[in-house]
Design a protein around this ligand. Structure first.
Ligand SMILES: [Zn+2]
Ligand SMILES: [Zn+2]
Length: 159
């Protein structure tokens, strides 16, 4: 029996950019930090961490740099027409992308694996007890499945 890989389709609002994740992501962050709230205009961001070469894209997203407190670069890739944000590159790491889960056709398909920066979580957001949550960041080595750590090492080395 052949097992087809799971895929996940998404697009911007106008449809000029369409994409497919050709596998499950390595991990999914729900980030409640103030930067993510401002950048999304919402309570949190949902980021699926995946290898750039596992995103099949039709269209040409444009990188727009945004200022950060840390000074580390953060480029948000947007549709050149409707300017919807599709994914981010945090720290100029070309092989790694943080895909905005809300741009998937079925965003419910990728639930958060962790909630981070909950110290700035909006008070009316209630988190499920079964998902780990941290006031700041978290220990990736402790939380990620071994297969995902292997995938990350394959694209970034140990860093
Ligand atoms: Zn668009
Ligand atoms: Zn954040």
């Amino acid at each position: 029996m052949r097992v087809e890989p799971e895929t996940f389709d998404g697009r911007c609002t106008c449809g000029a950019v369409r994409y497919r994740l050709t596998s499950r992501p390595m991990f999914v962050h729900c980030c409640h930090c103030g930067d993510c709230q401002r950048q999304t205009g919402s309570a949190f961001v949902l980021n699926a961490l995946i290898e750039t070469d596992r995103i099949a894209v039709a269209g040409q997203p444009e990188a727009v740099g945004v200022p950060t407190d840390s000074g580390r670069p953060h480029d948000i890739y947007r549709c050149p027409t409707c300017r919807i944000a599709l994914w981010s590159d945090y720290g100029r790491r070309p092989p790694l992308r943080f895909v905005r889960v809300g741009t998937l056709d079925e965003p419910a398909a990728l639930a958060p694996d962790v909630h981070i920066f909950t110290r700035s979580k909006l008070p009316w957001v209630t988190l499920p007890e079964c998902v780990p949550a941290f006031e700041f960041y978290y220990d990736m080595q402790a939380l990620w499945p071994a297969s995902s750590l292997d995938r990350r090492r394959a694209i970034l080395g140990s860093g």
